[in-house]
Design a protein around this ligand. Structure first.
Ligand code: DC
Length: 228
């Protein structure tokens, strides 16, 4: 028997609060949270470890068949990434890892390689899935699409706090420059560039606290799916 699963697609640039908001909304609504950026980061890490050029499509394509990429969920509901059996959930979260992820994400061969993994999850569970092309490519029939954004400075400030809290000594200027570069790379690439789906609801979190953003998105989800 096929059960109808619900899907919320949340797309937007890095630092808009997508993952924190998507995770909280999923928990409140009883959906599974799928962080697709973590999947691209895992490919980026594999490419970095192989000392390959992340912009070289042929070199990256040659590595893909040897990669076993999976994700599962810890007891607290946190998504864990596994690369050939190793838990790489922390190893993928470095500024260098972000650049590798962004570079490999521009390669059509990588996007095609990861597509089924993402769709399979949404066909077997109700999901809140965040990324860059979820509403446009991965789940074009998602019941609710949200394009979550915020000004560059607001996003850089938030990311700096996160990095500094983890002991990373990056400065505001470093983070702002990295983010601007990554925005440009993600939005200008030919393969599935970052853009809002035509039927996406736009949410700008520049002047919202995290709690306000979560409440706002939750209200959209509940209204769209008639959840009480
Ligand atoms: O959300 P994030 O910062 O963890 O994503 C890492 C990189 O992966 C980012 O530069 C954009 C890319 N990405 C993508 O192209 N498509 C997705 N669905 C998710 C992430």
């Amino acid at each position: 028997m096929t059960e109808k699963h619900r899907a919320v697609a949340i797309d937007g640039p890095s630092g808009a609060g997508k993952s924190t908001i998507a995770k909280a909304v999923a928990a409140r609504c009883g959906f599974i949270y799928v962080d697709t950026g973590a999947i691209y980061r895992t490919v980026g890490l594999a490419v970095r470890r192989a000392d390959a050029d992340p912009h070289d499509g042929a070199a990256v394509a040659a590595l893909l068949p040897g990669l076993d990429i999976r994700f599962d969920y810890g007891p607290d509901g946190t998504q864990r990434m596994r690369l050939n059996g190793e838990d790489v959930s922390e190893a993928i979260r470095t500024p260098e890892g972000s650049m590798y992820a962004s570079a490999v994400a521009a390669l059509p061969v990588v996007r095609a390689f990861l597509l089924d993994m993402q769709r399979d999850m949404a066909s077997s569970h109700s999901v809140v899935m965040d990324g860059r092309d979820i509403g446009t490519v991965v789940l074009p029939d998602a019941g609710l699409k949200i394009f979550l954004t915020a000004g560059l400075e607001a996003r850089a400030k938030r990311r700096l706090l996160e990095l500094n809290a983890k002991g990373d000594p990056s400065t505001f200027e470093d983070v702002l420059a990295d983010m601007a570069r990554r925005d440009e790379q993600d939005a200008s690439r030919a393969a599935a560039p970052l853009k809002a789906a035509e039927d996406a609801v736009l949410v700008d979190t520049s002047d919202m606290t995290l709690e306000e953003s979560i409440d706002h998105v939750c209200a959209l989800v509940k209204a769209r799916f008639g959840i009480g």
